[in-house]
Each structure stands twice: as structure tokens, then as C-alpha cells.
Design a protein around this ligand. Structure first.
Ligand SMILES: NC(=O)c1ccc[n+]([C@@H]2O[C@H](COP(=O)([O-])OP(=O)(O)OC[C@H]3O[C@@H](n4cnc5c(N)ncnc54)[C@H](O)[C@@H]3O)[C@@H](O)[C@H]2O)c1
Length: 427
């Protein structure tokens, strides 16, 4: 295959697939396919329904979007970026991925290359995906078709860490595949590529990146719950400990989203399947899941200390997305916090200028508040979007009672002098 003849087909046009399609399109013709027809027609109208890509960037591209896989038949390199969630038992749901493999068997030709970008457990590409393709096409790996794995490492909400400025890990089913995958990504990613020794290593590396973050944040969350009992300010402890040169900077918080909260389960599933019961990883999941309840409990205790009647109290939560500066609300732990507060019979409102109100209604049956006008007894700065930090404290004073409680989840206002009467809590 020669570079000038590359024609790229991308399956799955979400947070990962669409940006990689755009990056590839800077150099190569690209066709995108998604099972969601509404998404495809929106993209064809120049609008990214995920709200991540500006209309002008989308309109300037030459990508053709389809909801019929046959339209990708002319492609010779396929990139798969479909969801890999967990089910309610926290085991990997590979349905989207296996469907993508089956769809590929309808369009691939001899010598085509398939690159998987979806996050999976080590071994998944070769143990699950390849056999589907081999059995349905009769083609053999490394003879009839080639496979690569290149995990996506973008950090949602961090503009400086987008595809082009993060080293791309690449891997292949044999040396020829590796060189193909490597040169393809190197040709469009200025940060360069890192050639992993095998697909399994690349798959495992991606899972480890997110598992490590999850475990480190869980440690901070555990410290926060310990220091709460000891009446010590965790943020001050971390600031102090952080003066040591080799102290790692992590902070307590709500861990949700599609990656850090999900990917470790892919590793624990695989570990258990080979007879190892992971302890630290599962303990970290358990600790992180306690945080919404912990925050709610602290709010309730403080309201009761003030002699308030819970049924008459109003709480405002600022932010519902899974992290700051993104519109993505998938698996947001703010929803768990909201549910927990509701069990105490409080009136709870949520506001979030970045979230799509109709999606929030459809997914969680929560009506977002556009302009909170009440006088609230408590306010939780759950997701410190930039816009909130710019608004600053003074604008919020108008909607808070003089004796209100503020739960500053990520300690954004630790240094701000609040009016007497206002109680500030944080993790
Ligand atoms: N979002 C991130 O920041 C991020 C970062 C790194 C890795 N990942 C991983 O990338 C993968 C994709 O995540 P995402 O956030 O882009 O998901 P997403 O839900 O935003 O997008 C996936 C798209 O795939 C489509 N789809 C589902 N099944 C399909 C199929 N069989 N064929 C074609 N299209 C199909 C969906 O309609 C959707 O539009 C996941 O494995 C995820 O863990 C995500």
C-alpha cells in the first residue's frame, strides 16, 4: 500500500472518531460511518452533535459521512473508534466493537489495514476482533488483512493535549502492519509516534494510564475522608506535602466519565479471567464511588447543625458534566450526588451552561435550571468550569442565603475570603 493511495474509513464518529477523522483528512481522503443516522445527518449538515468540533472546522473538511457501511467499501485503511462501556455488572460490553468487526467484514478487501482505537483489555483485538474478521471473510491475519491498535490519549477539556500534540502509541499484528500504522500516524501527528512491541502491550498501556489515575485519585479521596474525621483541611495537607520534589500531584474529586471510571474494569475483568483477583484497583473503584454520598452527608450534617429543616432547604449544584470544561455528561457522578441529596427530601436544582439540557432530560430525567433565582441554603461547586471560575464568588452571593453552605468540591475557592456566616466545605 502506498501513502498516496490511502483512503481512510472511520467507524464511530464520537469524541474519538470524529477528531481522528479530521486529523487524517488533513492529508488523506476520509469517509466516516456511524450507526447513529441522526448523528450522520447532523455531521452532513456541518454540525457536530457532541459539540466538540467547531462548525467551521467541520465544514472545511472533505470527509463524507454515511450511515451505510457499504459506502466505505473503497477504503483501504479502517479506524475503529466505537464505544467500549461496561454493563451493569461492570464487565466489558463488547457489543459495539464486535458489531463494528462484523460490519467491516462486509467491506474489507485483501491487504486492507484495520486499526482499533477503542479502549479494550489486553488481548481483545487478537482474541475477539481478529477471529470475527477471519471467520466471516475467510481472510487470514497478516496474509489477507492486517491489524493495528493505537489507543486514543486525548484529555477531554484540555485544549493543549489534543491528538496532534500527544505522542501516539502504535502497534501492529506483524512488522509490516506496525510500519504501516506507524508511518500513517507519524504523517499527521507532529508529536510523533511510539512503536509498542505488540498489540497487547499497546492495549495494556492505555488501560494502565487510566487505571493509574483512578487509583491515585482514590488515594486522595480516601485521605480526604480520613482528614475530614481528623478536622484537617486536605487541600492544605496536599499543598504542604507537594513541596517535596517527588510528591505526585493528585486531588480528591468525583470520578466519572467514559474512561477513567470505566477502563479499570476492563483490566480487572481480564485479570480475573486468568485467575488473579485485583485488590488495589477494585478498592480504588469502591472508594471513589463513596464520594457522592460523602459530599451529600457533609451538606446534610451542616444544614442540620444550622438548625434547618431539610424539607425546606434548597440546594444548587453547579455543573453536571463529568469534568470541567466539557459538555460530555456520560457517567457523571454529579448525578449520583443529586440522587443522594434527593433522598433527604431537599429541593435540589442543577445548572450547567456547557451541558445539553435536552440530553440531560432524556438521559437522567433532570431539568437543568437556566438562571437560578432562588436564595439557596447550600451550593455545591461540583464541576469547576472555567466560566464558573470567571463568574467568581461575588455573582453567587445574590443567590445564596447569608448563612449558606458552599461545598467547593475541587477547592477552587480555598484562598477566597467568604463573608462571615458562609461556611465553606471541600474534599
Ligand atoms: N472520549 C474520550 O475522551 C476517550 C479517550 C480515549 C479513549 N476513548 C475510547 O474511545 C472509544 C470511543 O469513545 P468515544 O468517547 O468516542 O465514544 P462516543 O460514544 O462519543 O462515540 C462512539 C460513536 O460510535 C458509534 N457507534 C456505536 N457502535 C458502532 C458501530 N458498531 N459502528 C459504527 N459506529 C458505531 C456511536 O453511535 C457513536 O457515535 C471508547 O473505547 C473509549 O473508551 C475515549
Amino acid at each position: 500500500m502506498v501513502e498516496s493511495g490511502y483512503k481512510i474509513g472511520v467507524l464511530g464518529l464520537g469524541y474519538v472518531g470524529l477528531p481522528i477523522a479530521l486529523v487524517m483528512n488533513k492529508k488523506y481522503p476520509v469517509r466516516g460511518y456511524d450507526t447513529n443516522s441522526d448523528k450522520v445527518s447532523s455531521l452532513n449538515n456541518g454540525i457536530d452533535p457532541s459539540n466538540e468540533i467547531e462548525d467551521a472546522i467541520l465544514s472545511a473538511s472533505t470527509i463524507e459521512f454515511y450511515d451505510e457501511i457499504k459506502e466505505l467499501k473503497d477504503c483501504n485503511i479502517y479506524i475503529v473508534a466505537v464505544p467500549t462501556p461496561v454493563d451493569r455488572y461492570k464487565t466489558p460490553n463488547l457489543d459495539y466493537l464486535t458489531l463494528a468487526c462484523e460490519l467491516l467484514t462486509e467491506v474489507i478487501s485483501k491487504n486492507d489495514l484495520i486499526i482499533f482505537e477503542s479502549t479494550v483489555y489486553p488481548g481483545c483485538t487478537e482474541e475477539v476482533c481478529v477471529p470475527i474478521i477471519e471467520s466471516k471473510t475467510g481472510l487470514k491475519l497478516n496474509d489477507g488483512f492486517r491489524v493495528g491498535y493505537s489507543p486514543e490519549r486525548i484529555v477531554p477539556g484540555v485544549d493543549s493535549r489534543q491528538i496532534e500534540n500527544v505522542i501516539k502509541v502504535v502497534s501492529g499484528s506483524d512488522d509490516i502492519s506496525l510500519k504501516l500504522v506507524s508511518s500513517l500516524y507519524a504523517s499527521v501527528i507532529p508529536a510523533g509516534v511510539y512503536e509498542a512491541e505488540s498489540i497487547k502491550i499497546a492495549e495494556a498501556a492505555k488501560i494502565v494510564e487510566n487505571t493509574q489515575r483512578n487509583v491515585n485519585i482514590a488515594l486522595m479521596n480516601e485521605l480526604s475522608m480520613i482528614f475530614d474525621k481528623l478536622n484537617i483541611d486536605t487541600s492544605k495537607v496536599l499543598q504542604t506535602a507537594g513541596t517535596k520534589w517527588n510528591f505526585h500531584s493528585y486531588h480528591p474529586g468525583l470520578v466519572g466519565g467514559h474512561c477513567i471510571d470505566v477502563d479499570p474494569y476492563y483490566l480487572t475483568y481480564k485479570a480475573e479471567s486468568v485467575g488473579y483477583y485485583p485488590e488495589i484497583i477494585l478498592a480504588s473503584k469502591k472508594i471513589n464511588s463513596k464520594i457522592p454520598v460523602f459530599i451529600a452527608k457533609k451538606i446534610i450534617e451542616s444544614l442540620l447543625e444550622k438548625g434547618k429543616t431539610l424539607a425546606q432547604c434548597k440546594v444548587l449544584i453547579k455543573g453536571i458534566t463529568f469534568k470541567e470544561n466539557v459538555a460530555d455528561h456520560r457517567n457523571s457522578k454529579v448525578v449520583d450526588l443529586y440522587m443522594e441529596l434527593q433522598t433527604y427530601n431537599l429541593k435540589v436544582d442543577i445548572t450547567d451552561p456547557l451541558a445539553n439540557a435536552s440530553e440531560i432530560k432524556g438521559t437522567y430525567d433532570i431539568d437543568l435550571m437556566k438562571h437560578p433565582l432562588e436564595k439557596y441554603d447550600a451550593m455545591i461547586l461540583a464541576v469547576p468550569h472555567k466560566v464558573y471560575l470567571e463568574e467568581g464568588w461575588t455573582q453567587w452571593q445574590e443567590i445564596l442565603k447569608d448563612d449558606a453552605i458552599i461545598f467547593d468540591v475541587k477547592s477552587q475557592f480555598a484562598e477566597v475570603e467568604l463573608p462571615a456566616g458562609i461556611k465553606r466545605l471541600s474534599l
